[in-house]
Every structure is written in structure tokens, then in C-alpha cells.
Design a protein around this ligand. Structure first.
Ligand SMILES: [Ca+2]
Ligand SMILES: [Ca+2]
Length: 502
């Protein structure tokens, strides 16, 4: 509405401005015509004053300014027209809002009327209730005053009772404690009484037996006193002996520790020797039977020899006698026979003595061999099938291992029988070692260290596989994988040497 009003005022002003401009322009035209008339009137005179020309110029300038103002006003009016349209649209929106608000106002008006009627009804009810409550309040006030007096009396009585109750509570707690203590003491005394009664009975019986024992002990005491004196003297001598034994014990303890360490090393040596000993025992038994046979033969020969010696002596005397006889009887022929007989016996005797000497040297050789074998076994060699085997504990490459074997008077082991293979697998246990087998010369042609070509083989399944240029052989004792495997010769491992037993 305000915008509409402003628009109407703008239109009126525009009309007034146009009217004023038109009047001013008309007055300029009139003045101009008047001037022209005057110019015409005064042309004859030909007098033109400078003041009149200035006035004309001012009028022209005013006309131009008026035109410019008109243009500006037209543009302002168009802008205002656009704003007016916008305002018209907003006005319509506001109009619809106003209609809605009017409707809401009517609804609120009816609600207000309903609420007012309800308020009046409630007000009437509240008045009735208030009257009831006022009468009730009066009655309750009177009752409250009566109860207040009663309450005061009760409070006084309660305080009296509270003090009595507190005193009684204290007394009760004290009695309760006393009762508990007495109960505990009674129970303790009862148990003590029971145990004391039992102990008294036991003591009574003990006393009776003790009395008997005391009499016995008295007699024993007398004998013991005598024995004690004897023991005292023995004790003194024993003490001296004990001190001597103590010093001996200390030295023995030191020796025992030394022996313990020796024992440990000897135990290891003993186990190793035990296996060799078993093999040697079998060999020795064989040798023993041979030796027994030889001894029997020797004894047999010895008796033969003794018999022959006796025979020889007998023959010698016979010969002497016969010689004498021969000399006496000059029986040359008989003598010659006898000489032949003697010579024959002499040769028999010589052969028997040679055989005996041969057996003696054989026996000495066997004994020497046994001594040599025992020395080798002590150095760690194992005896099997007339050969000695050495299993190292150190680890070296295949060429270094072979060098070590040669230093010991042998070479890396050559295995040509199943018995030797099984023996070495058993000795290795769960480990492996280099053997004297390689294919360094020609790949796939395996040769022993003595130059012989491999014929009897005990390769583990899948070997030799030459996986990574493997030219040297090792033996495995691993359970389920017993056999040989090829490995790179530079790898470090244990090794097995062998050499003949004699
Ligand atoms: Ca190879
Ligand atoms: Ca291999």
C-alpha cells in the first residue's frame, strides 16, 4: 500500500515537472519572438546591445538542461516501474499470508471461547472444594494441636527409654563377652581335663613299668659304668686314630676327585675298547684253539723228542757197547747198519727240532701281533675281519681326511663286502663319514683310493645324483637311509680310515 502510494506521488511530481518545463519553454519562445520582433523593429536602427545576446545564450543553455533532466526522469521512472512490479508480486504473497492469518485468528477465537467456558466451570468447582477444605483444615488443626501435646509427652518418654536402652545394651554386650570368654574357657578346661585324665592313666602305667625298668637300669648302670671306663680309654685311642684317618680321608678325597676325572675319560676309552675287545676276544678264542692244538702237537713232539733222546742215549750206549764189540769182534757190517740207523734217527731228531722251532716262532709272531693289535685299539682303531678301522670325531674335507688317514699309516676306507658295510653302518650310528671312493677322474666312473673301479655298490636310493658337482662319497648310518651318498669334496665331515691288521 505504501509502495502504491509512493508511486502515485511520483506520477504527480512528474506531471508537475513537465508542466513547469513546458511553461518555461513557451516563455522562451515568446521572448525569442519578442526579441526577433524587436530586432526587426530595431534593424532599421542596426543597434544590437551585448546584454541581449547574453540573455539569449542563457535561455538556450536552460533548454538543453531541461531536456537532459527529462531523459534522467524517464530512466528513473522505468527503474521505479520495475520495482513496482516486484513490490506488486510481494504484495500478492503478503495478501495470501494475511488471509491465512485471518483464518487462524478465527480458529483461535473459537478455541479461546471454549477455554473461557471451561475455566468458569473449573472455577466454580474449585470454590466448592475450597469450602470443604477450609472446614477440614479447621478440624485437622484442632487434631494436630492435640497430637502435638501427645507427641511432646511421647518424646520425653522416648528419651527416658533411649537412655535406659543404651545402658541395657552396654550391659548386655558386656555380659555377652563374658559369656563367650567363659564358654571358651570351659571348653578348653574340658579338653584339658580329658587329656590330663588320659595322661594320668598313661603316667600311672608308665610309672609302674619305669619302676621295674629303674631297677633293671640300676644293675645295668653298674655294669655300664665299668664298660664306660673301658670305652673311655678305647675312645681316646679311637680319637687319635680318627684324626689320622681324617687327614688320610682328605688326601683320599683329593685323589678320588682326580680319579673321578680319570674314570670319566677311562669310561669313554673303555666303551670304545669294549667293542674292539669283543672282536679281539673272538679272534683270541680262535687263536687260543690254534695255540692249544699247537701246544698239544708240541707236547706230543716233546715226548717223541724225549723218547727219541732216551732211545738215542740207549743207542749211544748200545753203540758204545757195539763199538767196543765191533772193536772186539771187528764186525764191520753190523756196525755200518747201526751207524745208518743212528744217522736216520739223527735226521728225524733234527727235523723234529726244526718243526718245534718253527712253531715257537709262529707262536711268538702271533703274540707280537696280539700286542700290536692291542696298541692299535688303544689308539682308537677297531678290529674287524682281519682289518683295522678308524672313525674320526673331527670334521675335514675329503682330501684333508685322506691325508689324516695316511698319517696314521692307512688310507680312506675301501668297502668291498656286505659284512664290512654293515659293521661300519652299525659303528656310525646316526651320523655319516667320508669313504675312499670318488669320481674326480671321470664323472660317473667311481674309483677306490687304491685305483680299483667300483664293482659292489651300497648307494642309498636316489644316489649318486651329482647334485652340485658331487665327486666324493660318504657313508650314512642314518636309520632307514643306510648307504652311500655323493657330496662336494670340499664339504667338511667325519672320515673312516682302514689298514690291514698285520
Ligand atoms: Ca660326481
Ligand atoms: Ca648326492
Amino acid at each position: 500500500m505504501e509502495a502504491k502510494r509512493k508511486m502515485e506521488m511520483s506520477k504527480v511530481a512528474f506531471k508537475n515537472f513537465n508542466a513547469a518545463s513546458y511553461n518555461r519553454f513557451n516563455s522562451y519562445e515568446d521572448n525569442n519572438e519578442q526579441d526577433e520582433g524587436e530586432v526587426a523593429n530595431h534593424s532599421s536602427v542596426n543597434v544590437v546591445s551585448g546584454a541581449n545576446s547574453l540573455q539569449v545564450r542563457c535561455y538556450k543553455f536552460t533548454a538543453v538542461c531541461s531536456i537532459l533532466l527529462c531523459v534522467l526522469l524517464i530512466s528513473a521512472v522505468s527503474v521505479l516501474w520495475l520495482k513496482f512490479n516486484n513490490l506488486t508480486l510481494k504484495n500478492n504473497d503478503l495478501q495470501t499470508n494475511y488471509s491465512n492469518l485471518v483464518l487462524e485468528k478465527d480458529q483461535l477465537q473459537t478455541s479461546y471461547k471454549n477455554v473461557t467456558s471451561e475455566r468458569d466451570q473449573l472455577y466454580q468447582k474449585l470454590n466448592i472444594d475450597k469450602n470443604h477444605l477450609q472446614t477440614s483444615n479447621k478440624k485437622l488443626t484442632a487434631e494436630r494441636d492435640q497430637l502435638q501435646t501427645s507427641y511432646n509427652k511421647v518424646i520425653v518418654e522416648k528419651d527416658q527409654l533411649q537412655t535406659s536402652y543404651n545402658n541395657l545394651t552396654v550391659e548386655r554386650d558386656r555380659l555377652k563377652n563374658s559369656n563367650n570368654n567363659l564358654t571358651v574357657e570351659r571348653d578348653q578346661l574340658q579338653t584339658s581335663y580329658n587329656t590330663v585324665t588320659v595322661e594320668r592313666d598313661q603316667l600311672q602305667t608308665s610309672y609302674n613299668t619305669v619302676t621295674v625298668e629303674r631297677d633293671q637300669l640300676q644293675t645295668s648302670y653298674n655294669t655300664v659304668t665299668v664298660e664306660r671306663d673301658q670305652l673311655q680309654t678305647s675312645y681316646n685311642t679311637v680319637t687319635v686314630e680318627r684324626d689320622q684317618l681324617q687327614t688320610s680321608y682328605n688326601t683320599v678325597t683329593v685323589e678320588r676327585d682326580q680319579l673321578q676325572t680319570s674314570y670319566n675319560t677311562v669310561t669313554v676309552e673303555r666303551d670304545r675298547l669294549q667293542t674292539s675287545y669283543n672282536n679281539l676276544t673272538a679272534e683270541r678264542d680262535q687263536l687260543q684253539t690254534s695255540y692249544n692244538k699247537v701246544t698239544v702237537e708240541r707236547d706230543h713232539l716233546q715226548t717223541s723228542f724225549n723218547n727219541l733222546t732216551v732211545e738215542r742215549d740207549r743207542l749211544q750206549t748200545l753203540y758204545n757197547n757195539l763199538s767196543m764189540e765191533r772193536d772186539q769182534k771187528q764186525d764191520q757190517a753190523k756196525c755200518a747198519d747201526l751207524v745208518k740207523e743212528i744217522e736216520k734217527l739223527q735226521t728225524n731228531y733234527t727235523t723234529l727240532r726244526n718243526q718245534n722251532e718253527q712253531l715257537q716262532t709262529e707262536k711268538d709272531e702271533i703274540r707280537k701281533e696280539l700286542t700290536n693289535l692291542a696298541a692299535q685299539v688303544r689308539q682308537g682303531w677297531l678290529y674287524f675281519n682281519a682289518k683295522l678301522f678308524f672313525i674320526s670325531t673331527d670334521k675335514k674335507s675329503w682330501p684333508e681326511s685322506r691325508q689324516e688317514c695316511k698319517k696314521k699309516g692307512g688310507d680312506l676306507v675301501i668297502i668291498k663286502t656286505k659284512e664290512e658295510q654293515d659293521f661300519l653302518v652299525q659303528q656310525l650310528g646316526n651320523s655319516k663319514a667320508w669313504i675312499g671312493l670318488n669320481d674326480k677322474g671321470t664323472e660317473g666312473i667311481w674309483k677306490w683310493v687304491d685305483g680299483t673301479v667300483l664293482t659292489t655298490e651300497y648307494w642309498t636310493p636316489g644316489e649318486p645324483n651329482n647334485a652340485g658337482n658331487e665327486d666324493c662319497a660318504e657313508i650314512w648310518g642314518f636309520q632307514g637311509k643306510e648307504g652311500w651318498n655323493d657330496m662336494p669334496c670340499g664339504n667338511k665331515g667325519k672320515w673312516i680310515c682302514d689298514k690291514p691288521a698285520s
